[in-house]
Design a binder for this molecule. Structure first.
Ligand SMILES: Nc1ncnc2c1ncn2[C@@H]1O[C@H](COP(=O)(O)OP(=O)(O)OP(=O)(O)O)[C@@H](O)[C@H]1O
Ligand SMILES: [Mg+2]
Length: 343
């Protein structure tokens, strides 16, 4: 299975396979938008997901060639802002009745006509067929327009669109292995951040906002009068533990609102469910910002980890160091591909 993450600054692709209980990382590759195309690969504006299918399919083809990826079946990950996720309750019913009930209820929860969306859902609580057991449904709706965009890109890239998946679901699958804990899973990319609450393996809530690594780079380049590339390097190397006082100070000023948002999400979750989050996971390229993990732990008084999405895979040991470094950026692609191995 191939998993594709079209991020703002980069496209990442992984090819994975399954053998019995095990999984192999066959190939992986990445291309940065800057090296091909001055603009970003996708936009934050709702309803306009991919900027140019010409550039994107060219980039995908380049990665597939360079990484020698032969598999055609691909799962495309789409950003959370282009999908609608809700959970709702259904009365006890049989497995056969569930699809129609979900379809019927969906129209009350999603802001688009059901006929213009593609629905995907799963039962996250309760047992169908048990007449004592109400059901909780988690539903994802993807606008058909986005499905068509992905179909076009897949076709032009020589791939078959196997499925489409929301990023939040993918990273949950890729990173949350402990199904007993409540985890706050935060994906900090280049343009946006999502804060997700995953309770016993189920994605409960997902919030997005537009803080991310791009702003940090921009701030460093402004205060030091450096090019974006130079600022990027300094930011990635020194981050919050920079000895240049101005750099650290500026970065803290930008990171603090994120920490505040996370705090709010944790409090909100506690008030709704009377449950504490056990651990915080950071992922996305910006998770690697030096000092960020420690700062989160200090302020939020929680255990903070940067989980490695490749840790369950078999791969040549020589890759260990490289994979560890790039892992946070690949969680979305790995999660999407894993979805295809589940079925
Ligand atoms: N070592 C590092 N320290 C800090 N930031 C880093 C490091 N390595 C990469 N980044 C940042 O991570 C960001 C890219 O992350 P990622 O690949 O997750 O983004 P994306 O998926 O393209 O963006 P988005 O999800 O917002 O659309 C860039 O802003 C980059 O500067
Ligand atoms: Mg991303």
């Amino acid at each position: 299975m191939v998993g594709i993450d079209i991020g703002t600054t980069a496209i990442k692709i992984v090819e994975i396979s399954r053998w019995g209980q095990g999984k192999t990382l066959e190939n992986y590759g990445e291309i940065k938008s800057m090296s091909l195309y001055k603009d970003s690969f996708r936009s934050i504006e709702k309803g306009n997901f991919l900027i140019s299918d010409y550039f994107i399919s060219r980039a995908i083809r380049a990665i597939l060639n360079e990484s020698r990826i032969k598999t055609k079946a691909a799962i495309f990950s789409v950003p959370d802002f282009s999908t609608f996720c809700v959970s709702f309750d259904l009365p006890p019913m049989t497995a056969k009745e569930v699809p129609q009930a979900v379809y019927y209820h969906a129209s009350q929860y999603i802001p688009l006509p059901v006929t213009e969306t593609t629905l995907d859902w799963r039962i996250i609580k309760g047992t169908p067929g048990d007449n004592q057991s109400p059901l909780k449904i988690f539903l994802v709706a993807v606008p058909n327009q986005i499905v068509q965009e992905c179909q076009r890109v897949a076709e032009k890239s020589g791939l078959e669109l196997y499925a489409i998946e929301a990023e939040a679901l993918g990273i949950t699958r890729a990173l949350v292995k402990d199904k007993k804990k409540t985890i706050c899973l935060i994906d900090i990319g280049a343009q946006s951040t999502t804060i997700n609450i995953v309770d016993r393996g189920n994605l409960k809530k997902s919030y997005s906002f537009d803080f991310a690594g791009g702003q940090l780079t921009y701030a460093v380049s402004s205060i030091l009068g450096l090019s974006t590339a130079e600022a990027e390097e300094i930011k990635n190397k020194q981050g919050l533990i920079s000895s240049g006082e101005n750099i650290a100070k500026t970065l803290y000023l930008l990171v603090d609102p994120l920490v505040f948002e996370v705090k709010k999400v944790l409090i909100d979750f506690f008030q709704r469910e009377q449950k504490e989050v056990d651990e915080i996971y950071l992922t996305g390229g910006t998770a690697n910002l030096p000092g960020l993990k420690e700062y989160f732990a200090e302020i939020l008084k929680k255990k903070v980890e940067i989980p490695n999405c490749f840790s369950d895979f078999l791969y040549p040991p020589i890759l260990e160091k490289d994979l560890q470094k790039i892992a946070p950026g690949f969680s979305v692609a790995v999660g999407a591909a894993l979805g295809g191995l589940e079925t």
